[in-house]
Design a protein around this ligand. Sequence first.
Ligand SMILES: [Zn+2]
Length: 234
Amino acid sequence: MTRAGSGSKSPAPARRILLLVGAVGAGKGTQASVLASRLGLVHLASGDLFRRAARDGTQLGRQAQAYMDRGELVPDDLTIAMVMQALSRPGAARGAILDGFPRTVAQAEALDGTLATQGERISRVVFIEVPVEELVIRVSGRWVCPTDGTPYHIETDPPRIPGVCDKDGTALVQRDDDQPEVVRARLAKQVPPMLEVIAHYERAGVVVRIDGRGGIDEVTARILAALAAGGVGS
Ligand SMILES: [Zn+2]
C-alpha cells in the first residue's frame, strides 16, 4: 500500500519505466514477470495489452481486435495509445516493465515522444543477451498440449511421461514456429531491428546488458544487481 491518495493533490512521483529486450527464447517474458513482482511494477506485455483491451471492450481494444481479426499488425499509434492507457492505471503508479514493445526504432522514437509529453522516459533498457545457437536449442525444445495448451520443454520442464501432457494424457506436438529452421529464420528477422532499438537507447545511456545464459534465478539476480548498481556506463 502506498500513502499516495490521502492528500488532495499530491504530485505524481517519478516512476520507473523499464524496457526488457531479448530475442525469442531469451527468457524476456519470464524475467519481466518475475521482475515486475520483485520491483512492484506492472508487467505490460504487448500481447496481453491487446487481449485485455479487446476483452474490456474499450474503443482502442475494439480497433486493435479488428486488425488482429484481419491478421494484420496493430498500428504503432494504436499500440502506443494502449501502452499509455495502461500506464495511466493505478497499478502502474510505481512504474512498469514493457515487454514486446517497442520492437523498432520508429516505435521507440514514437513512444519516447509520447512519454516526453508527460515528462517521462524509459528509465532503463535491460538487454538479455543469449547466443543464437542457445536460443535455437531453447526454443526448439518446446512442446505443447494441443488440447489445453499446456507448454513443456524437453530440458527445463519435461512432462512426467515423455511426449504426453501431464493433465490430460494428450500426445504433445511441436508448433511449426518452434522447428529449429523456423527459429533460425525468425531470429534472422528479429535480431537486426532489436539491435537497432538497443543502439537507439544506448545513445541515451540507459542500456544495461545482461548475460542471459544460465538459470532463470541467476539471470534475475544479474538484472537486479545491474539495476541496483544504478550507474549505467556512458
Ligand atoms: Zn493437456
